[in-house]
Write a new protein. Structure first.
Length: 172
């Protein structure tokens, strides 16, 4: 059922990416402005159906466009670390080049997994988004979490089998 723009939505009404209507402009704007927080919450296992904003962000992360963008950003990070393309301007980022080069195969495997198009876990997609956008994260800084550990956790979270097992354990 559609509601008019002036009618107040029902308290239990939720937007679903399978619904035939778009989320409201307000929800879209909030999801855009709160993208980093939503990614953090989803990466920690928040249920996308928690709110229309979470649901919208999860749908965005699942989209081919966003998955391709995330994969491209991972490939660019490896290329920069290998000295290909534009030279890095950040001294902090230069310090991290060695670890990114060392983990290049794992980073590129993550990029390939995103490009495959097979269904993957939203938690893993949100973790990947945080990896490529968080300038204080392990892809950019050496003084944070270990890049190897983050990559392994991210690849594991992309595995729908792991997400399904987590859901079953939570439900039990």
């Amino acid at each position: 059922m559609r509601t008019s723009a002036t009618a107040a939505p029902r308290a239990d009404a939720r937007w679903s990416p399978t619904a035939d209507s778009r989320p409201s402009l307000g929800v879209r704007l909030q999801a855009r402005l709160q993208r980093a927080r939503l990614d953090e919450e989803l990466s920690r296992g928040a249920d996308p159906s928690t709110s229309p904003k979470h649901d919208l962000r999860a749908a965005q992360l699942r989209s081919h466009v966003v998955r391709t963008d995330l994969a491209n950003r991972l490939v660019v990070a490896v290329g920069e670390a290998r000295g290909q393309g534009q030279e890095l301007h950040s001294a902090t980022r230069r310090k991290q080049r060695a670890e990114v080069r060392e983990r290049a195969d794992e980073i590129l495997a993550l990029a390939a997994q995103l490009r495959e198009g097979a269904p993957v876990g939203v938690r893993g997609l949100a973790m990947t988004a945080r990896l490529v956008t968080d300038r204080k994260g392990p892809l950019y800084r050496a003084d944070g979490p270990d890049l190897r550990d983050v990559l392994r956790a991210t690849r594991s979270a992309l595995d729908l089998g792991a997400e399904t097992r987590d859901d079953l354990a939570t439900a039990a």
